[in-house]
Design a protein around this ligand. Structure first.
Ligand code: COA
Ligand code: AMP
Length: 632
């Protein structure tokens, strides 16, 4: 079926469309229907089924005789290690870990936080939870202890599984002290922790609370797959919202499996046995969906890459991995390509490797700038597909479904709505606008299977954040337009979320941290354009009257504070002290105008501005940071 027919069919008869895709999944009890809309505008999919994700991702491939196929390739240029794990080995390792977790009391529905770097054990921990029906919540290693503590208090985990350390180029990330500090700071205490000791750093364990990953599995019976209902939460993944309190996106078990499985052929164009590589991190949604679950559900080989696009050891590392492991589809963030392109603009490293295996490349996580796409297309000679999605959806809202039909690539657009997504652009009153007109991008409810049914323990926030702005629609938080052919163009966020090196961050969260500095009376954080990272945060600080402090000193304390409270991933390095902030007469800080000034763009003087002279003060302050700031 051609794309357009497929999309139409999915919207006209969602039950028929998704029940057909559901046949690819092994069910303990099959669903009686796909869509459960009794509680609209809250929707659920395959709710009355019984199933297990680990069975579908691991065991069934062994049962089907493909146990010797490689499930995971671990390639770590940072440690100089490579390992191949077959499906049967993965099944045995996951069953043993799950058995040990169960022996310590972890059961269906219990939460388990996973705080691990890019090692295969991170996937094994996720799958062991799935095996038991325990709900995992993976926390990215670049977050500080405080962020981990916030997640511990929200998810209330029975156990935490962590590694002794992570490895950034030139720096060991000491996970264990971060973990200890987070548990100390959190009101909720886990019953126990499991620590995977890496040879690069062996952590000290706290007797009675911490168990060694290997030791605690000794002599324990392996666990079988525990059936859960279709709407059971597979995992919680926290993502940035408008405040420092992250949103716990809930992923429903059955819809997750059905949708992800469908994407592997339809979007990523791979078949069972093919090697698929998403160069992301298990701490992000891309890592959940496309390093761990989707490739395994589809019987592919997935790659766990512990390295960076450049510097580990060079800008040829992506091409080396693709060539060596015969990767057919490769997924990364535009920022990673920008980093490679900056070091190797002519693509000289590309020519050093046999990339004949590579058939297509996918980009997501932030806007893909035309230069980057064109560079990748030229150097690699394969289709480069930009696709748009969010932690909330877990899979692409818009893409070019190469496995169904290759649609024309329009550079600057992540192409067209995927099945189940009725994407519309709305004006402020919630009315659809004409093609080419900017507006809020919304998705008519219901969202397709696999997308978030709610936020963890926060249904009111779920409704408020996503459902109330445009009744009958999911508000994506992105603004943009659609053209006559239904191609979507994502232009900006409508909230204060920024995208730094493909990482989603809340400027509101950073403002909360800055405001806690004793000398800061008022502050604002904006995202300014950056050639490499897309955006970087920049803070404006107004100091308390009488704070007789050196501005540079306060700035460096504030930079350290954000790093300590949120983590290095915030990449908060730019801040400036100003006397006052530009505001409307009603006291709203004019952040959007400050962004335009910082980026050196023309801007209209806001009609409601209280005192226009402040804008020039802001421009002067930004120029002192070397930014191309424009004066009014
Ligand atoms: N654990 C601990 N610290 C981490 C981390 C992790 N998993 N990931 C990043 N950090 C740290 C970095 O070491 C850096 O610290 P520093 O300030 O001491 O240098 C900081 O967080 C900022 O990291 P980042 O913004 O990633 O910048 P970078 O200069 O280290 O690397 C790129 C730049 C472009 C190479 C890198 O951002 C990259 O590979 N991006 C791809 C992003 C991606 O895959 N996103 C997933 C969505 S698809
Ligand atoms: P995350 O939840 O971290 O995946 O971030 C989701 C946000 O990243 C989206 O709401 C967009 O703002 C942005 N984003 C993701 N993919 C794209 C894309 N292909 N083009 C433009 N923006 C994107």
């Amino acid at each position: 079926m051609a794309y357009a027919d497929l999309h139409r069919a999915s919207l006209q008869d969602p039950n028929a469309f998704w029940m057909e895709q559901a046949q690819a999944i092994d069910w303990v009890t099959p669903p009686s229907k796909a869509l459960f809309d009794e509680n609209a505008p809250l929707y659920e999919w395959f709710k009355d089924a019984q199933c297990n994700t680990c069975w579908n991702a691991v065991d069934r491939h062994v049962e089907a005789g493909r146990g010797e196929q490689t499930a995971i390739i671990y390639d770590s240029p940072i440690t100089g290690t490579k390992r191949w794990i077959s499906y049967v080995e993965l099944r045995n390792r996951v069953a043993s870990l799950a058995g040990a977790l169960r022996a310590k009391g972890v059961e269906k529905g219990d939460r388990v936080i996973i705080y691990m770097p890019m090692i295969p054990e991170a996937l094994e921990a996720m799958l062991a939870c799935a095996r038991l029906g325990a709900v995992h919540s993976v926390v990215f290693g670049g977050f500080a202890a405080n962020e981990l503590a916030v997640r511990i208090d929200d998810a209330q985990p029975k156990a935490i599984i962590a590694a002794s350390c992570g490895l950034e180029p030139g720096r060991v990330v000491h996970y264990k002290p971060l973990l200890d500090a987070a548990i100390e700071a959190a009101a909720h205490k886990p019953d126990f922790c499991v620590i995977f000791q890496r040879e690069q750093e062996v952590a000290e364990l706290i007797p009675g609370r911490d168990y060694n990953w290997h030791g605690f599995q000794f002599g324990v019976a392996p666990a079988e797959c525990v059936p859960v209902s279709g709407d059971h939460p597979a995992y919680i993944l926290y993502t940035s919202g408008t405040t420092g309190q992250p949103k716990g996106v809930v992923r429903p078990t059955a819809g997750h499996m059905v949708a992800l499985h469908w994407t592997m052929k339809a979007i990523y164009n791979v078949d069972p046995g093919d090697v698929f590589w998403a160069a992301s991190d298990v701490g992000w949604v891309v890592g959940h969906s496309y390093i761990c679950y989707a490739p395994l559900l589809a019987g592919n080989t997935t790659i766990v890459f512990e390295g960076k696009p450049i510097g580990t050891p060079d800008a040829g590392t992506f091409w080396r991995v693709i060539s060596e492991h015969r990767v057919k589809s490769f997924f990364t963030a535009p920022t990673a390509f920008r980093a490679v392109k900056r070091e190797d603009p002519k693509g000289e490293y590309v020519g050093k490797y046999d990339l004949s295996c590579l058939e297509q490349v996918y980009l997501a996580g932030e806007r893909a700038d035309p230069d980057t796409i064109t560079w990748a297309q030229d150097k690699l000679g394969v289709p480069v597909v930009d696709h748009w999605w969010q932690t909330e959806t877990g899979w692409a809202i818009a893409a070019n479904p190469l496995g169904v039909e290759q649609l024309p690539i329009k550079i600057g657009s992540p192409a067209v709505a995927m099945p189940g997504y009725d994407v519309q652009v709305l004006d402020e009153g919630g009315h659809p606008v004409a093609p080419g007109t900017l507006g809020a991008i919304a998705i008519k409810l219901p969202l397709p299977p696999g997308t978030l049914p709610t936020l963890w323990n926060a249904e009111t926030r779920f409704r408020k954040s996503y459902l109330e702005q445009f009744p009958g629609y999911y508000a994506s938080g992105d603004a943009g337009y659609m053209d006559e052919d239904g191609y979507v163009y994502i232009m900006a966020r409508t909230d204060d979320v920024i995208n730094v090196a493909g990482h989603r961050l809340s400027t509101g969260g950073m403002e909360e941290v800055l405001a806690s500095h004793p000398d800061v009376a008022e502050c604002a954080v904006i995202g300014v354009s950056d050639d490499l990272k897309g955006q970087v945060p920049l803070g404006f600080l107004c100091l308390n009257k009488g704070a007789d402090r050196d501005a540079a000193e306060v700035v460096s304390e504030c930079v350290k504070l954000v790093r300590d409270k949120i983590g290095p991933v915030a990449a908060f390095k730019l801040a400036v002290v100003v006397d006052r902030l530009p505001k409307t007469r009603s006291g709203k800080i004019l952040r959007a105008t400050m962004v335009k000034i910082a980026d050196g763009e023309a801007f209209k003087m806001p009609a409601t501005i209280d005192d226009p002279a402040i804008l020039d003060e802001i421009a002067v302050a930004l120029q002192s940071l070397g930014l191309p700031a424009t004066k009014a």
